[in-house]
Design a protein around this ligand. Structure first.
Ligand code: 5AD
Ligand code: FES
Length: 349
């Protein structure tokens, strides 16, 4: 690390802010030493707000039916080889109950943009989960919807919403998505969610096709301005049935470096060490936590459907029961000196 980079790092640590060109420089000139320097600072600042606790969120993959055709995604509508499924209301409620029984206080309902899940269907589900488990937070990750829809779901009791922005650069967004999807609508959704009072999560893939350092610097700037309560970042991993089948995957090392930067830019953000990171490296999630992440999302989906929710190849945790994943994560977290926190784990304001 040169003295120039060291100065940049120190300014980031102190001021939680750099210029776009400076983020780009920090990224491009990263080495083991600067990565360690930023990771240590990220861990220290996280400790100030969250101690050594790692939050756990139970993920229920409610449907892999999707009307969208994102070019990178294994469940895009044009993937005819994908075996489609949709959980019934009873199955979803059973997964939520199981998560609660295992001690989790957040359920995340994630799925493709499946027309079956109308506002009416979702509101009823949310109300039932909230009635059964009033001390549970309900997080949704169901894609782009209208402001009215987000408002109804909020009214029914949803607390949080995850919608990755995917890339903060409109041209890059257009490369990764079909013509009928728009960057502007994505941003509209994120603004509406925040405005309606959701704890809102954005995020992006690291190493997605055509991604440049400039794009990453823009992503960091976007996070700085938008101040999401949550931010999901993980490596891009090719899926064999997409046009990106032969593209290289994103790196664990760069993902961890960016986790540290994001922690420093936005100290209280809830930052998951993602399943994609765990897929790319046997200790990927631990490395993520050691770089500044503080959330893990064990899978609560019925084991029978897990392989079908294949956004990318070789996804981990597709054969393990929910209880096994939770135990596995607790062991991993303890092995690196952290502790699982089972409370709701809201954004600390
Ligand atoms: N590799 C990594 N992450 C992916 N996602 C979708 N496809 C892939 C892939 N091939 C991410 C997107 C999406 C989230 C649910 O999963 O960022 O928003
Ligand atoms: Fe699922 Fe380890 S977290 S098996």
């Amino acid at each position: 690390m040169t003295s120039e980079i060291r100065q940049l790092a120190d300014r980031l640590i102190k001021e939680h802010h750099l210029l776009r060109e400076e983020y780009a420089l920090l990224i491009d000139s990263r080495d083991e030493e600067s990565a360690k320097y930023l990771a240590d600072a990220a861990v220290a600042v996280r400790k100030k707000y969250y101690g050594n606790k790692v939050f756990v969120r139970g993920l229920i993959e409610i449907s892999n039916i999707c009307k969208n055709d994102c070019k990178y995604c294994g469940i895009r509508r044009s993937n005819k080889a994908c075996e489609r499924y949709r959980l019934t209301e009873e199955e979803i409620l059973a997964c939520a109950d199981e998560g609660y029984r295992l001690g989790l206080h957040t359920v995340v309902m994630q799925g493709g943009e499946d027309g079956h899940f109308t506002d009416e269907v979702l509101c009823e589900l949310i109300r039932k989960i909230k009635a059964q488990h009033p001390d549970c937070a309900v997080t949704l990750s169901l894609g782009e919807r209208s402001r009215e829809s987000y408002a109804k779901l909020k009214e029914a009791g949803a607390d949080r919403y995850l919608l990755r922005h995917e890339t903060a650069d409109p041209e890059h967004y257009a490369m990764l998505h079909p013509a009928e999807m728009s960057f502007d609508n994505r941003m509209r959704c994120l603004r509406d969610l925040k405005d309606l009072g959701y704890q809102t999560g954005c995020g992006f893939m690291v190493g997605s096709p055509y991604q440049t350092t400039q794009h990453l610097a823009k992503d960091i700037q976007f996070i700085e301005e938008f101040k999401p309560e949550m931010c999901g970042i993980g490596p891009f991993i090719p899926h064999h049935e997409t046009e990106y089948a032969n593209e290289p995957a994103g790196s664990v090392e760069l993902t961890c470096f960016l986790l540290s930067i994001i922690r420093l830019v936005h100290p209280r953000v809830l930052l998951p060490a993602t399943t994609a990171l765990g897929t790319m490296h046997p200790q990927g999630r631990e490395l993520g936590i050691l770089a500044g992440a503080n959330v893990l999302m064990p899978n609560l989906s019925p084991v029978g459907v897990r392989k079908k929710y294949e956004l990318y190849d070789n996804k981990i945790c597709t054969g393990e029961e929910s209880a096994q994943c939770i135990r596995c994560l607790a062991t991993r977290v303890e092995a690196i000196g952290y502790e699982i926190e089972v409370g709701r784990g809201d954004f600390c304001s």
